[in-house]
Design a protein around this ligand. Sequence first.
Ligand SMILES: [Mg+2]
Length: 270
Amino acid sequence: MASSEHQTSALLFTDIDGTLVAHDTYDPGPAAESVAKLQRAGIPVVLCSAKTRAEQEAIRVRLDLDDPYIVENGAGVIFPVDFPGSLAGEGEQELVTFGLTYREVREGLELAAAEAGLEVKGFGDLSVEEVSSLTGLTLAGAAKARNREFTETFVIENPTPEREVLLSHHLEERGMGILHGARYWTALGRHDKGQAVRFVISRYEGSGSVTSYAVGDSVTDLGMLEAVDIPMLVQQADGSWADLDLKGLVRLKGIGPEGWSRAAHVLLKR
Ligand SMILES: [Mg+2]
């Protein structure tokens, strides 16, 4: 497309759960066709979520995506084979990490939990069957979620608010962080989605100026949304938008993938 070569290029970062795919069905619905349109227009779609590499690879295959992707809450960025400027060997993906190793995180969590008087159970302590019954994922899905490289997802067996504060204190002492989602906790290194997003943008800027967009559905997407030029939110399952106050935030109509298609349209008509 010679006509587009002189335009400023665009880059779309996207959350997965509740944004690109529906929360309950994991189905991209109308967003699948929108992804294809963006790819035909030469606009990269960069996955950015808490999901593992194995989980995201399944989605990349399903949507025929061949762009970089950000895994485990910004702990790692994977650049595909033959990505311009890649430092990987021939035929290999390049992995850039910002976090600790999974083993380091597991060790730090174990020590910090003991100091806080908490019993925690991480995905690494559970079998695939147990992760499946805990999360409601299929066995195949649970195996992918359990295939972790940088961060540990866990449940607390004997929670109290005081001990939870202590846990985050003792993790911080070890150079780690903690996230509390709707059902699980995650222990991780000191990194966030924003840092990884800025890194990917800098790689693309090597070949000209780029306008960056991102689309998410919840407060956990804040780091990603803050790091781009045009932040966008889709509606959550109840029709509301996440309570975020960001300059220039675009609130798209449409729940999850329906809203995602509108985000794609914003980029396609630019
Ligand atoms: Mg989400």
